[in-house]
Write a protein that binds this ligand. Structure first.
Ligand SMILES: N[C@@H](CCC(=O)N[C@@H](CS)C(=O)NCC(=O)O)C(=O)O
Length: 221
């Protein structure tokens, strides 16, 4: 299988965690933001990564979007499962996956890039990196005000995780797509000292999930 990705994208991390959890061998093709469109638009019609090319008999040629990738992997190789057996629990897990994809993951992007452009500038002060950050900020409308709103979304998500993750799972009594998605989409916050200081348990859990999924932690953690 071939995963078309940005190496730093938390949605691509979500797909890699799922591949690693299921121990499915894969290769990655790292794309350059902006130029990536030339590679993926003709394939998927979309402009976002991750995009998976299964390159296997009886499989679709292309699976785009992290949620669809996990759904595909679940049918391609059901064990170990990321979906839950109980229909109501499975519905809850998918609802949480969608909430993290549509709301929390986007909020993380705001807070992360705002940090990288201000107090976290020294992580990579190079002109190239700061240019990419500036482009992303314009593309998504990231500024002090919008990232403060995003920080509230993240605070609510962390409060929810605090109820479930301190001694268990988000849904049911085993690891599922909901836990995997939350870990991937909050992982960029691990480079921000204030979050590390306030929520040590959160980053321990995210690190445990990376171990379970055989995926290295993000750079600069
Ligand atoms: N819902 C999508 C979101 C993926 C997404 O937002 N990917 C970003 C990188 S983090 C992207 O490809 N951005 C490039 C663009 O929008 O042109 C998924 O879950 O796969």
């Amino acid at each position: 299988m071939l995963l078309l990705q940005f190496s730093t994208s938390h949605y691509c991390r979500k797909a890699r965690l799922a591949l690693g959890y299921k121990q499915i061998p894969y290769q990655v093709e790292n794309l350059t933001p902006a130029l990536h469109i030339l590679r993926i638009k003709p394939l998927s019609g979309l402009t976002t990564v991750p995009v998976l090319l299964p390159q296997q008999k009886n499989c679709p040629a292309i699976v785009a979007d992290s949620t669809d990738i996990i759904q595909f992997l679940e049918s391609y190789q059901p064990d170990p499962p990321l979906y839950l057996d109980d229909p109501q629990q499975q519905k809850d897990a998918l609802r949480l996956e969608e909430h993290f994809d549509e709301s929390v993951g986007k909020a993380t992007r705001f807070v992360y890039y705002q940090f990288r452009a201000s107090a976290g500038k020294q992580i990579d002060p190079s002109l190239m990196s700061q240019m990419v950050i500036a482009i992303v900020k314009v593309q998504y409308g990231i500024n002090a005000k919008s990232s403060a709103v995003a920080a509230d979304t993240i605070a609510n998500a962390i409060a929810l995780l605090g109820e479930f993750w301190q001694d268990g799972y988000l849904v049911g009594d085993r690891f599922s797509v909901a836990d995997l998605t939350a870990a991937a989409l909050l992982s960029p916050l691990g480079i921000i000292p204030a979050y590390r200081h306030d929520y040590p348990w959160l980053f321990e859990k995210i690190a445990d999930i990376h171990k379970l999924c055989r995926e290295p932690l993000p750079k600069n953690w």
